[in-house]
Design a protein around this ligand. Sequence first.
Ligand code: SAH
Ligand code: SF4
Ligand code: F3S
Length: 439
Amino acid sequence: MKVYIETMGCQMNKSDTERMLGMLSHFGYEETKTQENADLLIVNTCSIRQLSEDKAFSQLGVWGKWKKNKNIKIGITGCVAQQKARQVFSRAPYVDFVLGTHKIYSLPDVIKRIEKGERVCECEETNLATANEKGYPINRVKSTNAWINITEGCNNFCTYCIVPYTRGRERSRLPEVIIKEVKDALADGFKEITLLGQNVDSYGKDFKDKTYRLADLLKEVNALEGNFRIRFVTSYPTDITDELIETARDLDKVCEYFHIPMQSGSSRVLKAMNRRYDRETYAKIVEKVRKMIPDVTITSDFIAGFPGETEEEFVETLTAIDEFELDYSNVAAYSPREKTVAAKWVDKFIPEDVKDERFQRLNLKVQENCLKSNLKYVGREMEVLIENFYEHKGKMINTGKTRNFKTVHIPCDEDLTGQFVNVKISGAKTWYLKGVLRT
Ligand code: SAH
Ligand code: SF4
Ligand code: F3S
């Protein structure tokens, strides 16, 4: 039997897909990259914006048509599944199962049931993180970097965000379970470990029987043998403690990189978003990280056109990117999400054309700063972990990342994937650096 999984959304979903493929392979399903020859088709969905949700249903629609002449099973997992549960069946009646984010470990059981012709919806919330994991293998995507989730869910309830509704309350996975996964990934040849969570810096707050936080986990991972790098994303600004910054600075394998979403440059908007900091507090955090960690790359996320955002407040976002020298930012136009607080502020919604225009200006600002940030490294020598090797305009190039998360393109005929190389930075473009191998 062959399974095809279409993965949408964030790294959390990509990580869940690797777990689902692991479970399915254990039960005799082989992964196929071709939808047309799959017996089981799964869309692992994201619901962060309306567009992501619509994409999920249009994918299901395509497969639904195939079902008329083909003996296939169709499933939906991920954030839209968790949020819509049984409602999926009325919108997409050809779906065989709906499996929420809390229940991915029920997948083998769900498959057995649909094979018998049952239609299944498993979407109950759980408060467990690792307790319901059953030690199935994980089919990680072949690459240099292994993503290892350390927390599930989120307690912050930012007024625009659906994640607390689709991923539930924050649960930290047990250190010993994480360490085992890290060891397995290193034994499989991964050269970089990224610890993953909606707010990695609140890791361990929910442990009742021990004081064990992200800094402790970083120390334990860092002590493992081997030449590899450690990253962690995403950091909630006010959960970044001095201890965490010091630990990141002092541990040799932990890279000089923080992803600290700010969301808006305006203190008034931040309050309306229910973010627990203002512009000044964010500024202080970034300043501290920069002072303590030389060459650190700090990236962020911003939303354009949050309900009630004035032109002046939007401009504060643009000036924040400049003032805090944010090296790169993900940007999005605000999209109202079911159940969230801000979605009810219809009278304050920003017209689509204004939102779009702000989104474009935000993009231009991000590009401008990204180039500015890259130019700082021209002439420097940096260590690059090679991730890819391919032909570009008739020349072979290796591409990879520096410790501080800059992408570098290096012309070289030899495939160096998986190797750490020293490179002299010879030029800078908006999205990448150009480098020459040092011998
Ligand atoms: N936990 C992270 C963010 C996870 S969601 C944090 O707190 O920063 C990823 C990004 O999606 C967010 O940072 C935000 O910028 C964006 N986002 C979330 N909800 C959104 C919405 N309703 N409309 C537009 N963008 C949104
Ligand atoms: Fe969403 Fe806010 Fe939680 Fe991030 S911290 S996942 S933006 S609710
Ligand atoms: Fe991720 Fe989208 Fe869910 S961003 S947590 S897959 S809503």
